[in-house]
Design a protein around this ligand. Structure first.
Ligand code: HEM
Length: 463
């Protein structure tokens, strides 16, 4: 690539903190409280394009939406950052498979995950699973830990979507959800060095058993679909059974989709409820909309859900303030001219989603929670990449549309049934655990809003 006069041509010429050998800026990241906090400070000090160093990895972090647009065709992800997920995959790490494999893989996945008909096909089951949680919360008076319960709920929804009615008995569903929980706990725990009451060897053995169980379950579904005439099922594995993919790739895909949807949607709902609890006037407006759209019924229908416009603005604003995925990353296969810089091939590009969402140039008074930022008028003229909770480009989130259905449904049902009150003295601290997690959870007490037929329901466990 030709170099422009006046353009800096070396990674070291890009502004950024001095690395502290031997681990680059790792000590600074730890001192800041994690990568999400480090990136906020990095861009405040060094501007929209800033460099830093991870062990053996040179990083350039880009927080300017117009410069992000220049990078929007890059497909490659850095392998080291996603290495910790490699043991999950039999046919190549789906987070980092090369472009020629990724493009056809993604095309099929988008058609399965992004189709409104597949969302609608699962909507009644999603509603039932969400109402089960309402029943459990109503029965257990006292404090609830939102993040824990809502991650569990979103695990239930994504298992239903990916594996469907195959998990017919509640015992099978429970075993599968426990397996996913053990697997993610082990891989995230190792990645973030989290303390555990369980000895390392036992954790590893549990994770290996969990992975074997999940692969077996998915294989059973796949074999049944490929052998039988029953092609009308709407679960993801059944949809993928029609493809010419090898079984290992279907298994990997189902695992990757459940892992990607496990925490993210629940975290988005937890942060939204946290913000709404501090803004009762906005919560009231959401409830007015819910009452207008689905009255006294316990949950909306699918078409009604799609018409909840104010709720959608609230969710977007909550994901701006607390993006469930706080950063994304790419790797440069060739030099890239970016503003005043020429970034050398081999550099890792980071998209600091949280810093981008709090940039005062595009979000005046960025800490203020204001859903009106997402009216069509307010959004006019704002750069496209100023709001990227689902990333962008050829590696953006394939589950975005499904996630919005899940999140809006969970919120509509939960806000219809409960008032949420923060537990006095409980401090909510965002930390990075691959998602933007709250360190000590988000604790609330609940006040039921109205007696419904739910009280007569028997809670049942879903995957
Ligand atoms: C609030 C919910 C969610 C958020 C905020 C979120 C966010 C993200 C982000 C930031 C990325 C990386 C994008 C990039 O590199 O540009 C991503 C990738 C991905 N997400 Fe999501 N996600 C959510 C829910 C889901 C759900 C429910 C699913 C599955 C149904 C899913 C499946 C995936 C997959 C498979 C990828 C990798 C795509 C690829 O490499 O081509 N996500 N997501």
């Amino acid at each position: 690539m030709a170099k422009n006069p006046g353009v800096t041509s070396s990674w070291r010429d890009i502004p950024g903190p001095p690395p502290t050998p031997p681990n680059g800026n790792l000590a600074d990241i730890v001192a800041a409280g994690g990568l999400h906090m480090f990136q906020l400070d990095l861009h405040e000090r060094y501007g929209p394009v800033a460099r830093f160093e991870l062990p053996d990895t040179r990083v350039v972090s880009v927080a300017d939406p117009d410069l992000l647009a220049v990078t929007s065709r890059i497909n490659r992800r850095p392998e080291e950052l996603f290495e910790f997920l490699s043991p999950l995959f039999e046919a190549g790490n789906l987070q980092t498979i090369p472009e020629h494999e990724h493009v056809p893989w993604r095309r099929l996945l988008v058609s399965a995950l992004g189709d409104h008909r597949s969302h609608e096909a699962h909507f009644d089951a999603f509603t039932r699973i969400t109402l089960d949680l309402v029943g459990r919360w109503a029965a257990a008076a006292g404090e609830v830990a939102l993040q824990e319960d809502l991650s569990e709920l979103s695990l239930g929804l994504i298992c239903e979507f990916a594996l469907g009615s195959e998990l017919e008995s509640s015992a099978a569903a429970r075993r599968t959800s426990t397996a996913f929980r053990d697997l993610l706990a082990e891989h995230l725990g190792r990645q973030y060095g989290l303390p555990s009451a369980v000895a390392e060897q036992e954790r590893e053995a549990r994770a290996a058993q969990a992975l074997a169980h999940l692969r077996k379950t998915i294989t059973l579904i796949l074999d049944a679909r490929r052998a039988g005439p029953d092609r009308l099922r709407a679960d993801l594995v059944s949809m993928l059974a029609d493809s010419d993919w090898i079984a290992a790739r279907v298994k990997d895909t189902a695992l990757a989709v459940v892992m990607a949807g496990y925490h993210t949607s629940g975290v988005a709902v937890s942060w939204t409820l946290h913000l709404l609890a501090g803004h009762p006037e906005i919560a009231r407006r959401v409830r007015d909309e819910l009452a207008r759209v689905f009255g006294d019924r316990p949950a909306p229908t699918y078409p009604e859900l799609r018409s909840l416009d104010y709720l959608e603005r609230v969710v977007k604003e909550a994901m701006r303030r607390y993006p469930p995925g706080p950063y994304a990353a790419r790797e440069l296969a060739e030099d890239l001219a970016l503003g005043d810089h020429l970034i050398p091939a081999g550099t890792t590009l980071m998209y600091p989603i949280w810093a981008i969402h709090l940039n005062p140039a595009h979000w005046p008074d960025p800490q203020r929670f204001d859903p009106e930022r997402f009216t069509a008028t307010a959004a006019q003229g704002r750069p496209k990449f100023a709001f990227i909770p689902f990333g962008f480009g050829p590696r953006s989130c394939v589950g975005a549309a499904l996630a919005m259905v899940e999140i809006k449904l969970m919120l509509a049902v939960l806000l219809r049934h409960f008032e949420f009150h923060p537990v006095p003295g409980h401090v909510v601290t965002p930390v990075e655990r691959f998602v933007l997690w709250a360190r000590d959870d988000i604790k609330m007490t609940l006040t039921p809003r109205a007696a419904t037929s739910l009280q007569r329901r028997q809670p049942s466990d879903d995957c």
